[in-house]
Design a protein around this ligand. Structure first.
Ligand SMILES: NC(=O)c1ccc[n+]([C@@H]2O[C@H](COP(=O)([O-])OP(=O)(O)OC[C@H]3O[C@@H](n4cnc5c(N)ncnc54)[C@H](OP(=O)(O)O)[C@@H]3O)[C@@H](O)[C@H]2O)c1
Length: 330
């Protein structure tokens, strides 16, 4: 099969399109014919091997898994002997640890769910990692409920664009923080108000937000707290991951927030990145009810994956970029 592979850490030019063997399928695994695969910062982090902390999981000297890509949407081609939830021909979406920028990937059945019926494969591939993160930030960490005021920082990004829509679905009034060129896009997601981060700071209106979901920039905790009501919650998803070779700007959620949270009234929490099948099911419900529409800025064919990753880094997409694999135009 054709796959995008890398054998050393580096920039997108380190990627090659190669013919490699199809992955074998374990007892609880599903072989998926990949139709589309999403792009997210995690892919760039695994490709570059930076921040260095990621090499504990990805391989100390060189990548352990040679195929890139985590989000996947496609069709079940084969199932392992003990798989109960899927059959060949089922349309699925979810994640894989064995690389999705390929014609096939194998993944545990608990990483997959039925694909939302009203989405193309490309749209479905835009949901899993970002959508699960947005859901956890809004519902679990933020505990957003009707009447809450929510600030989403990075509202035009992969996680943020879904967080805006999910917070609206949970009954909040939402302000999205974005660049001026993205204001109309963020309003189209349902945001009640937008704040231009090139001209204004997030404490513009004082301590008015019950929940702040932070996905972009690298604001200090002191500034983030100035936007929160006295008992408000900060849901830290991530920020500028290119900062700092070791921790990549994740120091705030790993150390700062847990320590500070013990002595202040605010709940300062890192968003738990655990992937759960129940969350994929919940996201499908939100999509099929019309509350959540994944936004695909642009799709790239598999052979142009390196261009997609360059655009992700430099092009400031609105919403998600997607790699289409075996069905051009999906
Ligand atoms: N905890 C988890 O489970 C988890 C899961 C997924 C992702 N993450 C992390 O979450 C972060 C966001 O991921 P993503 O997929 O949403 O990335 P993304 O698509 O690149 O979105 C980041 C957004 O931040 C905006 N931004 C940049 N500088 C900003 C600033 N100073 N103020 C406000 N917004 C700013 C960007 O807008 P412009 O492009 O217009 O500047 C962009 O829309 C990353 O650090 C990622 O590693 C964490």
């Amino acid at each position: 099969m054709k796959a995008i592979v890398y054998d050393h850490y580096g920039p997108p030019s380190a990627l090659r399109l190669r013919d490699i063997d199809r992955p074998g399928v374990g007892d609880r695994e599903v072989l998926v014919r990949v139709r589309a695969a999403g792009v997210d910062p995690g892919v760039l982090i695994f490709l570059s091997g930076r921040p260095y902390l990621v090499r504990l999981a990805a391989g100390l000297r060189r990548p352990r898994v040679p195929v890139l890509g985590r989000d996947v949407a496609g069709v079940v081609a084969e199932v392992g002997a003990r798989v109960t939830r899927f059959r060949p021909g089922d349309e699925v979406y979810g994640t894989t640890l064995r690389g999705s920028y390929a014609e096939f990937t194998a993944t545990h059945e608990r990483r997959l769910a039925g694909k939302p019926t009203n989405l193309t494969f490309a749209q479905a591939a835009a949901v899993p990692v970002s959508g699960m993160t947005a859901l956890r930030a809004v519902r679990d960490t933020g505990r957003v409920r009707p009447g809450h005021r929510v600030l989403v920082i990075g509202a035009s990004g992969g996680v943020g664009a879904q967080a805006v829509q999910i917070a609206k679905a949970y009954g909040a009034t939402v302000t999205g923080v974005c660049a001026p060129t993205k204001a109309d896009f963020v309003r189209s997601l349902g945001a009640d108000d937008v704040l231009d981060y090139t001209r204004e700071e997030i404490d513009r209106d004082g301590p008015v937000y019950d929940v702040v979901v932070d996905t972009g920039g690298n604001r200090p905790l002191s500034l983030l707290r100035r936007a929160l009501t006295p008992r408000g919650t900060l849901a830290l998803v991530g920020g500028d991951w290119t900062r700092g070779a070791l921790l990549g700007g994740y120091g705030r959620q790993m150390f700062g927030a847990p320590l500070l949270s013990t002595v202040v009234g605010h709940r300062l929490r890192a968003v738990n990145a655990r992937e759960r099948i129940e969350d994929l099911d919940k996201l499908r419900d939100l999509v099929e009810s019309g509350a959540l529409t994944p936004q695909v800025d642009r799709s790239y064919p598999l052979a142009e994956t390196a261009d997609a990753l360059r655009h992700f880094t430099d092009g400031h997409p609105a919403g998600k970029l997607v790699i289409t694999v075996s069905e051009p135009g999906t």
